[in-house]
Design a protein around this ligand. Structure first.
Ligand SMILES: NC(=O)c1ccc[n+]([C@@H]2O[C@H](COP(=O)([O-])OP(=O)(O)OC[C@H]3O[C@@H](n4cnc5c(N)ncnc54)[C@H](OP(=O)(O)O)[C@@H]3O)[C@@H](O)[C@H]2O)c1
Length: 295
């Protein structure tokens, strides 16, 4: 159940979304799940695109328990596996909004199904592959679609070096910088079309990702005055209510954008540079991986 504060916020700042369908990747927990709940509260149908069927079913059950009238579906999607992404795109339902939320933080030694370093392979290359497969379909769906990529404030401290693209060190920040640049590319590419591209970021919220970030200090992190997960999950409702111009970054706006309700944030200079070589490099990577799979 949403808190009274969140319900008040949604009633005051957001539009009803009855008749709209929103797909959210990685929606079985954390920010993805709470985003789904805020959108269901506003009347949207939601599709939870998740890699773990048990977790997805349990997330669906929780939502149905609180919103018995809601239309909540589940779809399999593992963003760390090209075969799963391609199959998912083949079954894509008609949606009014698509939110790339799935992400991982700091997984030393772990790889995607296609052998890439897991964090870069999921947060950026996998999300890029989702875009390659899904966007052409959305382009031809005959109505407007909002497309949101979830970045992170930490992208402001990253660098991209193609020679060290898959290094584990700094991979989370780098993956989010790449995602920010790619989102900027998409926003420009689709400007004036039926696809409306946005970036959102949750500030800092204590979710599964934070348990990796804080490690043994996780208990302390829980009592620190970070945004609640619910508050960090309001960006999608804000964007879908028409509160932000197309192509913008939406997230908390107080305390260096780590805290508070969503507003349009200023873009980082880093996210606006060197976009073309990155997109070309990544398209080469996804083509190489797809070709290797076909062998
Ligand atoms: N929390 C923050 O402070 C913060 C700050 C900046 C940005 N973000 C971003 O916000 C997004 C949500 O993160 P969160 O904080 O809610 O973390 P979380 O609680 O760990 O949730 C991450 C979600 O992504 C899913 N996921 C991970 N890998 C996946 C894959 N290969 N395929 C499909 N789903 C996958 C997870 O599914 P499983 O349950 O199966 O693992 C989980 O549902 C991420 O993109 C993250 O980078 C979070």
């Amino acid at each position: 159940m949403l808190s009274k504060k969140t319900v008040k916020y949604l009633n005051k700042h957001c539009r009803r979304l009855d008749g709209k369908t929103v797909l959210i990747t990685g929606a079985n927990g954390g920010i993805g799940f709470k985003t789904a709940e805020t959108l269901v509260y506003l009347g949207a149908s939601v599709v939870l695109a998740c890699r773990n069927p048990e977790k997805a079913a349990s997330a669906r059950e929780k939502l149905v328990a609180d919103y018995p009238e809601a239309d909540i579906r589940v779809m399999p999607l593992d963003v760390a596996d090209f075969a799963s992404i391609d199959a998912f795109a083949g079954d894509l339902p008609d949606v009014d909004a698509f939110i790339n939320n799935a992400g991982v933080f700091h997984r030393p030694g772990e790889k995607t199904a296609d052998g890439l370093e897991l964090v870069m392979g999921t947060n950026y290359v996998g999300t890029f592959r989702v875009g390659e497969k899904v966007l052409p379909k959305l382009e031809n769906c005959g109505h407007d679609v909002v497309y949101i990529n979830t970045i992170s404030l930490i992208h402001k401290f990253a660098r991209v070096d193609f020679g060290r693209f898959y290094d584990e060190k700094g991979s989370y920040a780098r993956s989010k910088l790449c995602l920010a640049r790619y989102s900027e590319y998409l926003a420009n590419k689709y400007r004036g079309t039926n696809i409306h591209v946005f970036m959102s970021h949750p500030g800092i919220a204590i979710t599964g990702i934070a348990s990796h970030l804080f490690g043994k200090f996780y208990i302390l992190a829980k009592i620190m005055p970070f945004n609640s997960v619910e508050r960090s999950s309001l960006a999608a409702a804000y964007i879908l209510s028409g509160n932000a111009p197309c192509g913008s970054v939406v997230g908390p706006h107080i305390l260096f954008c780590g805290w508070g309700n969503p507003k349009v944030n200023r873009k980082s200079k880093r996210a606006l540079r060197d976009i073309k070589p990155l997109v070309e490099f990544t398209a080469g990577e996804t083509a190489r991986i797809a070709a290797e799979k076909e062998k």
